[in-house]
Ligand binder design. Sequence first.
Ligand code: CS2
Ligand code: MN
Length: 367
Amino acid sequence: MIMRWFPGGDDSVTLKQIKQVPGVSGVATCLPDVPVGEVWPLDRLIALKEEINNAGLEVEVIESVNIHEEIKKGLPTRDRYIENYIKTMANLAAIGVKCLCYNFMPVIDWARSDLATPLPDGSTVLSYRHEQVLKMNPAKIADVMLSQARGYSLPGWEPERLAAMAADIEFYQSMTPEDYWKNIKYFLAAVVPYAEKYGIKMAIHPDDPPWPLYGLPKLITNAEGIRTFLSLYDSVYNGLTLCTGSLGANPDNNLPALIREFTAQGRVHFAHIRNVKHHSSRDFDECAHLSSCGNLDMYAIVKAFYDNGFDGYIRPDHGRMIWEEKARPGYGLYDRALGVTYLLGLWEAISKMKTEQPEENGVSSPQ
Ligand code: CS2
Ligand code: MN
């Protein structure tokens, strides 16, 4: 069990606080100030590892090394950025990173229409209203999101990416899904052999929200898209971050079934587990992790991971803002810590039911 943490003073949550959340052994982190496409310097990674280890935590997961737009666009200049990506992977391997989360979303990483929607209990959450998002142009979404970020960087919304946003969106609108798949395949063909060599499990994050937006290609949104993705490079090192909050925003996605399928294949390396409250098939609020607070069955979700031998990393995903906390939207300490405790509680109960059942039935367990 790990939690996401941002270094360099770009987080209201401290490593010491994370260390005090029972059951958390490490963090998923990144170097948010390295421009997308540049190599992450080894000396900075060594210092980062030291800082995290000194707090008694591990740094085996990176979230995310973002992919330069020219790779996603399939431009001839992509090779330089792919080379840099591989150099970054070598540096990550040198500090002992085992799992690399990234995404292949064109231009816009995750999108929401509001980052502080009040719930009846007075907490606030990130929310998404499809009509509202369609009415805003993408630059306006960026403004809304950044103005609500309380001064913290928003992962995936890097300034250099925003500058080119309008032109980039136009570029992708004429790209077919087939072409986009080809660009993903080209990237995987270049990078996965190095993931194998360095012992780093690649773990793509699904598109968030999991449906088309502004005519941009959105491919990693459901079981079928994930099957296609995994077939592009057949290696356990080409795997998934299975984010229940992202995939679960679409009520058509059957989360336990999806988790069973890909976990049993050994392709899920990182689980982001959170609940979501549907208002329609395209409108949702984020919510507390508990099953009763949203539309996902968290017991069935955790059980699907457990039953299929999941041995990767888990983190709670976005939390609500509660108890007057002032933090990066989605990434306060309190509600994520409650999420950790709930998820570990489910895990303990499920694992004990499994191991204790045979004795209860009078059947002796195998020696
Ligand atoms: C999102 C993303 O899952 C999340 O928490 O906020 O920022 C996610 O980390 C990236 O899209 C993964 O590459
Ligand atoms: Mn996620």
